[in-house]
Design a protein around this ligand. Sequence first.
Ligand SMILES: *Cc1c(COP(=O)(O)O)cnc(C)c1O
Length: 345
Amino acid sequence: MTTLTPPELAAALERLPRFPLAATPTPLEELPRLAGELNVPRLLVKRDDLTGLAFGGNKVRMLEYFVGDALAQGCDVFVGGGGAAQSNHARLCAAAARRAGLDPVIVMRTGTESAGDATGNRLVTELLGAEIRWLDKDPEMRDRFAASTFMDELAAELEAAGRRPYVLYSSVHALGIAAYLWCALELAAQLDALGIEKATVVATSEGSVTAALLLGARLLGRDWQVRGVSCRPFAEDDAERLPHQLTELAEQAAELIGVKGPLTAADFDLVDEGAPAYGTASEETWHVISQCARTDALLLDPVYTGKGMTGLVRMIRTGQVPDGRTPVFVHTGGLPALFARRGTR
Ligand SMILES: *Cc1c(COP(=O)(O)O)cnc(C)c1O
């Protein structure tokens, strides 16, 4: 398989419609005190929580291309889906739509309008003035497409009213994977600058982030071991189903930039590290969250990033990061969820 040079990959990505939203490149930082506690020479964090827009996160990079696509199609309403009230995706869809002058409509597939306080992500989504529709259809958060039919009906209604809606069923999407190749490009350049050739790259992800990091590593010819840690307990068939779904999406993403998809399902290393439920963190994860805060003042959240870092800490502790590989955690954001809590439980 042919590899691309970084300028070739960047040029291919520049050919797709893009609306600028993200403050990039995001920093690659050292976590020296955490590395010391874990007995590794070095531990790095890619700060994609600092992408800038409305408290940031991984999805800002993806929304540059989703909004770019919406504008290229002449749309005036952005219909995006959220998983639950504390959805980062919902917050960022609403913010990205506002930046581009599109009206945000958010469909939440779990939860109800009255459930709980409007705090954290939900507070921000409401402040952004998004119209929120509640479905209450997927309490276990297993089916990213549980709201798709409803979104189609909503789009038909909007069209009948003379609007031009853009519908994004999920951020797990070929265009989202292509967009997130920018993170791989930046990381490759940042690791080169530090003289690091072999890395173990871990994120909380069972979707676009892992697919893009793997695809990016392969296209750029990098020796990265990539692992995605799930934010929720796997359903029985997930370990089998997700790699196939992502391989197909990564293939479509590769096509978007004019290359042949190089990945197979066997390339994916997606793990369920035993999170009790989607929005809940284990005691071990709360321990890791406070360890990161106390050592290097790195803040993580209990819904997503705390779980991925738990996975990386476990890999280090159990010798799954071989000598000579530098562990890199990709911080995907999600911090507003911290402000939807009282106390560290
Ligand atoms: C959406 C999200 C992820 C995971 O994205 P994938 O599509 O599963 O890769 C990780 N962290 C945060 C904070 C998110 O909002």
